[in-house]
Ligand binder design. Structure first.
Ligand code: GRF
Length: 192
């Protein structure tokens, strides 16, 4: 059972998953990490865990479709069964979403459908919300619109800053994402 991890940034969620895998508490094998940003810190993290990395940018291709065809080719080459998005800052198109329907999962820092898209933490603070949270969901071609798999609340306390709230949310994510994926993979095994 092989998974690919897609990320554009720091990769703390990727690291949490690779850590659980290293501790042998994870059924799936992270076969490679892909980033659309060649300098993303996530790539160094993956290398530290001995996981192969791949990177190329949409602007190196004539169209988004060609970029995603190259990605799909990579997924097929490695015989990947699940695609795990962790801070991958692009919308996936039908080229990948259709062949991997209900096999692509994302994590988002809000209780969807509240605060989709960019800067969900800032959106929650700007709205004066008393709580926000984390959502793990299947990916469709919309912006954070796929079916919800699991959610967890995170309270917003007095004097909360963007940094402190982001930190609280990430702590929840790092525990919730590996655990939810593990459950999902086990259910997937039974269904087949
Ligand atoms: C996380 O907060 C995740 O919910 C969102 O992007 C952030 C990625 O953080 N999709 P990191 O790169 O895993 O640290």
């Amino acid at each position: 059972m092989k998974i690919a991890l897609f990320a554009s940034g720091s990769g703390s969620n990727v690291e949490a998953i690779l850590q659980v895998h290293e501790e042998k508490k994870f059924d799936a094998v992270p076969a490679f990490v892909f980033s659309d940003r060649p300098n993303a810190p996530v790539l160094d993290k993956a290398k530290r865990y001995g996981v192969p990395v791949h990177t190329f940018r949409p602007r190196d291709f004539d169209s988004k479709q060609q970029y995603e065809e190259a990605l799909l080719h990579l997924l097929e080459k490695y015989d990947i069964q699940w695609v795990i998005l962790a801070g991958y800052m692009r919308l996936l198109g039908a080229t990948i979403v259709e062949p991997y329907a209900r096999r692509i999962v994302n994590i988002h820092p809000s209780l969807l459908p509240e605060y989709p898209g960019l800067d969900a933490v800032g959106q929650a603070l700007a709205a004066g919300a008393e709580e926000t949270g984390v959502t793990i969901h299947y990916v469709d071609t919309g912006m954070d619109t796929g079916e919800v798999i699991r959610q967890k609340r995170v309270p917003i306390t007095a004097g909360e800053t963007k940094d402190s709230l982001e930190e609280k949310i990430k702590q929840v994510e790092h525990q919730l994402y590996p655990e939810t994926l593990q459950n999902l993979f086990r259910k997937g095994f039974k269904a087949r």
